[in-house]
Design a protein around this ligand. Structure first.
Ligand SMILES: [Zn+2]
Length: 264
């Protein structure tokens, strides 16, 4: 999971959300009204729902991966605060995320643990830096909670962030991304700009973009040789700034902030 910056929604779609939110707030049975309005097949509702989905896909960047697992294609509009329990947030733009069916319907579902103070115990990647609570260890394929972070622990458990295919996929990504970086470096050495740009595009379209961020950060460490293939490290050290600029454009419409603390 990586930080995703929320972009503004178009004016007409915002008005559409606001009208539905107002109707839900004044309804005697807000959950039923929120569910019915969210599932509406009216052409206008379908149109603006798709506009919201499109805006979320733009925010996700790359090839529009799930904002939770970063593995599968994101298609479902997820209500971070579940609309079955918090209908008043069902049409709030800040409450909407893009997720895959597996994360949405098989793991999170309507789970939404809260702290004693009523704060969510799940990480919202559009509202905070996931690296404050979660630590990705791609060589082992693992997502770990930061020490003492109940939110990190709960997020991993509720979303199943260490399920088998994610652990395996992260390890494959760690190796595959390094091979792609090496290929990028060879194209650069041969002045094959077009192929190098295509290679950078493949890097940004790769599942698990957070693994790529960890790789870039690791290359900056004094002891990077312990973790990164020598040829890949040489490319990152000589062409790192070009590559970062290409990746920042490809991964997101805006450069995502770098997660703090230890990268491995
Ligand atoms: Zn997912």
């Amino acid at each position: 999971m990586r930080r995703i910056l929320r972009t503004p929604l178009g004016k007409k779609a915002r008005v559409w959300l606001w009208r539905h939110a107002r109707a839900v707030l004044s309804a005697p049975r807000p959950v039923a009204v929120a569910n019915a309005r969210w599932a509406s097949r009216r052409p206008l509702d379908r149109r603006y729902r798709e506009e919201v989905r499109h805006a979320l896909k733009q925010m996700a960047g790359g090839v529009e991966r799930c904002m939770y697992c970063e593995d599968s294609a994101g298609h479902a509009i997820e209500h971070f605060w579940p609309r079955s329990r918090f209908p008043e947030r069902a049409f709030c733009w800040e409450n909407l995320l893009l997720t895959c069916d597996r994360c949405n319907n098989h793991h999170k579902r309507t789970q939404f643990p809260l702290s004693l103070q009523g704060e969510p115990l799940l990480v919202d990647p559009t509202a905070e830096e996931p690296g404050m609570h979660l630590e990705l260890r791609p060589r082992e394929g693992l997502m770990l909670a930061r020490e003492g972070s109940a939110k990190g622990e709960t997020t991993i458990g509720v979303l199943g962030l260490n399920r088998y295919e994610l652990r395996k996929g992260r390890k494959i990504a760690w190796t595959g991304l390094q091979a792609l970086v090496e290929r990028y470096g060879r194209f650069k050495e041969q002045d094959r700009a077009e192929e190098a740009a295509l290679c950078a595009g493949t890097l940004t379209g790769h599942p698990f973009p957070a693994v790529l961020e960890v790789l870039l950060r690791t290359a900056e460490r004094a002891d990077a040789e312990q973790y990164v293939d020598p040829e890949c490290l040489a490319v990152l050290r000589s062409h790192g700034s070009d590559l970062r600029a290409l990746l920042a454009r490809g991964l997101s419409s805006q450069a995502a902030p770098v997660s703090p603390a230890r990268p491995l």
